[in-house]
Every structure is written in structure tokens, then in C-alpha cells.
Write a protein that binds this ligand. Sequence first.
Ligand code: ADP
Ligand code: MG
Length: 618
Amino acid sequence: MAKIAINIATGSLQQDEMIVGIDLGTTNSLVAIIHPESKMPVALKEYDSSSLVPSVVHFDTNGSVVVGAEAKKFLLSDPARTIFSAKRLMGKTYSDVKGNAASLAYKIIDDENRLVKVQVGGQFYSPVDLSSLILKELKKQAEHILKTPVSKAVITVPAYFNDAQRQATRDAGKLAGLDVLRIINEPTAASLAYGFGLHKDEHKTIAVYDLGGGTFDISILNISNGIFEVLSTNGDTYLGGDDLDNAVVDHWIKKYELSGTGNEDTHRRVLRLKAEEAKKELSSGERYESGYEGKELSLAKEEFESLIRPIIDRTITSCTNALKDAGIEKTAINEVVMVGGSTRVPLVKKMVSDFFGRQVNDSVNPDEVVALGAAIQADILAGNTKDVLLLDVTPLSLGLETMGGLMDVLLPRNSKIPTKAARQYTTYKDGQSGMKISVFQGERDMVKDNRRLAEFNLTGIPAMPAGLPKVEVSFLINADGILVVKAKELRSGIEQSIEVKPQYGLTDEDVERMLLDSMTHAKEDMDARALTEAKTEAEQLLQTTEKFIQRNFKELTPQELQDTSLAMQALQLSLDMNDKNLVQAKTEELNAVSRPYAERLMDEAIQKTMKGNKIDQV
Ligand code: ADP
Ligand code: MG
């Protein structure tokens, strides 16, 4: 098994082909490589510009798309068409993010149980689409700088990303024309860049403190024999450099009496840029001075530090929690590694070093460290770094067939073994008593293009409405590479299982061919998947609306009934046109028609229960 895994990582690579490392960040993204001559990791940049590409996408009304520094300029002038922080939406449903939706200047589709999409004009974009646009730009810039095609990459993700979010990141890579050889954890990449874990005999426990633009993560890692184990992660997905800027803005607004002057929003927008400038200047200087509307703006370092201390205190609380979750004392930490642009702030370094009781390690550029580590991992996969232990991994992804013939990956390619993964599924029809569990191997999005490994039926599910049964399917691969698939209905406890040899009958050449296939068909696959998903969603909405109308017929006005019926017909018709955007637009229209009365009936129902309660209590 190990042999095959290494062959896959190296065998399909041409000698001179570059594998790049990519930090796909919430605020900034960048690409790094191992320099062919110096053999050192370096971040790619155009002559005299920054290596950082802001993770911002702007869609012009004429259909043109710009990414990076160019797009960032539109944050002020055209916020509704300028998307930032898309990484936060990765693998999330609307109900996951609605608490913070108000802080976004762009529109997200508000349907509780579906994956979030961003609406710009009449177009809908998933976080995968948006991330793929950023990756495309990074690929383009890298190719321009390196003057060679770039098609293989290692991409980093936060340690807390779940399977769905990792898979979404892979999909974004595919869509951008990149073969994602591996997804690695950001703190693991940072530790690699600091040089830890490059020697088999190294045993260390490391704290990685990562304060970026809008997120904070603290991870505790154990490194031994070249294996990185994340012991715990903690943090706050809404805490970062932006909060430092906002604290300064609030302070200035108060100090210079700019509130209530009618155009406070405009003040804030301009002042936010100045605040970031001040923050950066105070990372090396003592005082910031500038002018604004005839007033002299200033900020002394001490003033700044007293403003931000409470914010940094919150990161320290997370550090305490991470240590507790890892079950270790501060003194067990051998290194504290600093990552993220905001760790340039001297007070951050001081407070973190005070907390851990040791000097922090800030010897690597905090903006670039994650990408540099990804480049090192890429080099390991290319077979150039020999002194790191490679683990046994699964050569191809393993997954299940879901609605519409889609491949749902439970164990991505290159998962190290032994390993296990589980996911919950539910029924599609009311009273459905059986569920077909079909196990597939391969990288294509439609199961018909992959290899069927096994199939069995979970039978005897008690009659329940569609969506209610909870069927947990688990994959377990033991050290010999035998896959055991189990399915269990959690409400009734019925279960079934089967053993599969995932490699049976598959030669190295087969594996290679399947990988190549998946690269050539990546774009097609993404389109087919997006269309199938849109259609499945639409069909479900049609069914639930139909049921709702039957049940609540009397409560609706003739106008409402007519509008709904028209919107349903339009959606039904759109299903045959095979156009994803059309299906989504018609789905959204039907939602728009039905939402008001659905909410009204819900409110009435709630009011009735409330009344009931009161009577009960008297
Ligand atoms: P992310 O990981 O979220 O993509 P980064 O690690 O690139 O983010 O960090 C971006 C943040 O770092 C921004 O808030 C930016 O203002 C801040 N930053 C960059 N340089 C400095 C500096 N010299 N001093 C203080 N903060 C800085
Ligand atoms: Mg980062």
C-alpha cells in the first residue's frame, strides 16, 4: 500500500514539473515554491510587488471578474458586487452563518438548510466557485512569474475544517484547473516552515498562534517521527486584525467628535483604511500622525495598546482552552510559533510570550509561513525531500453514491491509514424502508465514472417521513487496507455491514489512469455536479411546496395560490433546460413567492400555541 501511495505522489509527475504550495487565506492568499537552486522555500511575487493576493473577487456588471488587489479597490465603491472572506462560507448552510450575515455587504441566499450561495446580480456563486476564482488568479500569476504551466498544488486549510470543507477546497482547486495533491492543515504547514518535523527523530509539542485578518486559531501539535498530530484547536472565526482596526476607528470617532454628524458611515469607511495604516506603522514606530477633514489625526503606541489589549486577551483565553483540551500544561510546550499578519503587532508577541512563559518564535515571515510550509509539503510529495516519513495513504478517494448519481467522498485520496470516517444520510421519500449503500472509488464527481467496489441494502427502516431517519454510514480502513463499511439507522438501531478490499484488481496503471481522467474531466464534472445539485434541490422544493399547499389550502388567498402555481410551473419547466443558473433563479423565485405565507402561517401557529400556554397556566 505504501509503495503505491508513493508512486502516485511521484510517478505521475514529470521531472521538471513544479508543484506549488498555496495558502488560500480568508484575507490574503499566496503561492510558494521550493527554489530550484537554493532549495529554500520562497513566496512568489512579481518584481517590486507584494506576495500577498487579497482574497477578494469583484464582478462587474458587464460580466468581467477581477481578483486580488484590483478587486479590493471595489470594496468601498461597489460593495454589493465585491466578495471578501468567502472562505468563511465554505461548507456552511445559511443557518450556520446568518448570525453574521448582516456584517457582509453582499447578498447571501437565505434558505436555512442549503449550502450558502452568494448572489451577485442574477448570478449565484457557491463558496467553491469563489475560491476557485481566487485559485485561478494565483495559478495565473504563478505561471506568469515562473514562465511554466502550473497544474499541481498542495493547499492549506484550518485544522478545524471538516471533511465537507476540505472536499470543497479540493473541488475549488479542480475547478481552477489544479490537481490538488494534498490538503494539509495550516498549523502543520507553519511548523514545517519553521523546520520542525523535517527529521524523523524529532519529538516536539508546538503551539501555533495564528492571528490573521478576520480569524484567530490556536493549535497544539505533537510532532514525532515526521507525523503531525493536532492535539487540539481553538479560536474565534470572528476575531482578527479587522477588530484592531475597528477599535481604532471607534476611538477616533469619539476623540474627534465625528459621530452623529450625518455621514458617520463615510467617516468610518475612510478612517478604517487610516486605522490599518496606523496599526502597521505602530508595529515598528512609536506614533502615527495624519490629517482628516482638517483635523490632525494621531495615535500613540500606548494609546493603541490600551485599545487592543482586551481583544488580545480573548486570544489568550483561547490558548488556555486549547491547552486544557490537549490535556497538557504550558510548560510542556517546546515552541510557540507565530503566524498571520497580525502577529507583527508587538503587544501580541509580548502577551503571548508572557502567557506561555517563553520567547515566541517569530523568525519566519508571518504572512508567508503557511504557504512556505505548503511548498515544503509539495516538495516532499515530489519525492525531493527524503528524510521525512511518508505515511500509508489511500491511493484513490472512497465514497458513496448519493441522490442523482453523485459521488459523496468520505475518505479523500491520500488519507493516511488506518483511518475512519462517518457521515449521516437520510431518506428521500416518505415511508422509505430501505436504503441502497453503494461504495465507489475514484476522483470523478459522478459515480458512473468511478469504480463500484461494493453494494448492499440497509433494510427494515421503520416508516417515517422523508428526511427523518438518520442513517450513519461509516468507513473504516484497517492497517492492512481492508475497508469495512457499516450503515446504521440511529433512531431504530438497525444496522448492516460489509467488508471490501479497496485495492482488489486495481493495478498501479489503473490508479494512474483514474487520476488522469479526473484531471481531464474536472471542469465537466464540476458543471455536472452543480447542475445535479441545483435540480435535486429544485425537485425537493417542488415536493414540499406541493405538500404544503395541499395541507394549508384554505389559509391561502386565490392570488397566493395562483402565484405559487405559476412559479412552480416555471421551475418545473426550467428542470428540462439543463441550465444551473436558470434552475437556481427559478428556485429562488418560488421561494420568494412562498416565503411570506409560510412565515405568516408559522407565526399564527406559534401564536396559537402561546395562547394555549397562557390558558393552561391560569
Ligand atoms: P488571513 O490568514 O486571514 O488571510 P493574514 O495572515 O494575511 O490573514 O493577515 C492579515 C492581517 O494582518 C490584516 O488585518 C492586516 O492589517 C494585518 N497586518 C499586516 N501587516 C501588519 C503589520 N505590519 N502590523 C500589524 N498588522 C499587520
Ligand atoms: Mg492565514
